[in-house]
Design a protein around this ligand. Structure first.
Ligand code: GTP
Ligand code: MG
Ligand code: NA
Length: 320
């Protein structure tokens, strides 16, 4: 129904997988940023979040389908660490999302934290799309910047195509061993039962249009009810931090509802509930990572706050 479609919130998508499969790099590629190279040891150690407005997604997917209908306002992507010591953060990320991307390195296949992530997603019945990343590492791959995957695969040599097929089949077999049917998304005739695989490269951007379009279409097709905006506040804390000039801040994802400066809120503390007032709402700019604080727009203006909230919104924030 038209009315419902007009009142959708952004789907929340969690990106998960084994360490160094390219989760952060994929997001860098979509954002046009360089967050990954700034990470200590190239390892993600926190949950990150980025808001992608629908217009950016439309732009990025136009080669695939110029008339792609986007009913959602955008996509909120949660980045998680793949290192084995961060099971708790993967669990929090997967608990928060509507849909997920499970990243697999095409050169490595399924790895221990791929399987751990897979099980976290299955536990909650969360739909996910497999990004079979690093296709550009196939020997003699000819990169075509940001091209849809079918277009670029067609233009590879026979040897490269054979190598791709061989590795793809290996990954499909490994998923099968985990009790899961998977298939290349454009060959998948049984969406719902069989999980989609989208080959990608975070370096050349190949397959990114396919991944974004599939995420949006899949969410819009199967989650209209879940994504219909509700007024009741639903908000999850990602991090608590003391930031100079702001005092104690919390990074949160607002899933539903509206928050204002001055609202009284209750958050769970280690010593019991904390009752406090929202002094400021700060949101990262669209297409910028929540973890990179320099990108924040401070609203209404910057002054020392004993307590402030950093916000990333899947729904609306109203500024007074
Ligand atoms: P953690 O967050 O630490 O689990 O890692 P990650 O999954 O976010 O991987 P990350 O983005 O840190 O990438 C790991 C390494 O792989 C980096 O050196 C990237 O440059 C490289 N990389 C990521 N994606 C690709 C890709 O598509 N192709 C190639 N050739 N290299 C990639
Ligand atoms: Mg990372
Ligand atoms: Na990494």
């Amino acid at each position: 129904p038209k009315q419902a479609e007009e009142n959708l919130r952004s789907p929340i998508c969690c990106i998960m997988g084994h360490v160094d499969t390219g989760k952060t790099k994929l997001l860098d590629c979509i954002r046009g940023t360089n967050v990954q190279e700034g990470e200590a040891g190239g390892i993600t150690q926190q949950i990150g979040a980025t808001y992608f407005p629908a217009e950016n997604i439309r732009e990025r997917t136009k080669e695939l389908k110029a008339d792609a209908k986007l009913n959602v306002p955008g996509l909120l992507v949660i980045d998680t660490p793949g290192h084995e010591s961060f099971t708790n953060l993967r669990s929090r990320g997967s608990g928060l999302c509507d849909i997920a991307i499970l990243v697999v390195d095409i050169m490595h296949g399924l790895e221990p934290q791929t399987i751990e992530s897979l099980n976290l997603l299955r536990m909650r019945n969360t739909e996910f799309i497999v990004a079979l990343n690093k296709v550009d590492r196939l020997y003699a791959w000819k990169a075509q910047r940001n091209a849809p995957i079918r277009k670029t695969l067609k233009q590879q040599s026979k040897d490269v195509q054979n190598e791709f097929d061989r590795r793809l089949i290996e990954v499909i077999t490994q998923f099968k061993e985990q009790g899961l049917n998977t298939e290349l998304y454009y060959k998948n005739k049984d969406m719902g039962e069989t999980f989609n695989i989208v080959p990608t490269s975070a370096i050349s951007g190949e397959g990114i249009p396919d991944l974004l379009l599939l995420l949006i279409q899949w969410s819009q097709k199967t989650m209209i009810e879940k994504l219909t905006f509700r007024n009741e506040v639903q908000c999850t804390v990602l991090e608590v931090k003391v930031i100079e000039g702001h005092g104690t801040t919390i990074d949160v994802v607002l899933v539903n509802g509206v928050l204002h400066e001055g609202d009284q809120i209750v958050v769970c503390g280690l010593q019991g509930p904390i009752v406090t007032t929202i002094r400021a709402l700060l949101t990262p700019h669209p297409m910028k990572e929540l973890r990179v604080k320099v990108w924040f727009c401070v609203l209404p203006f910057c002054r020392p706050f004993p307590f402030s909230l950093f916000f990333l919104c899947s729904s609306y924030v109203e500024y007074l």
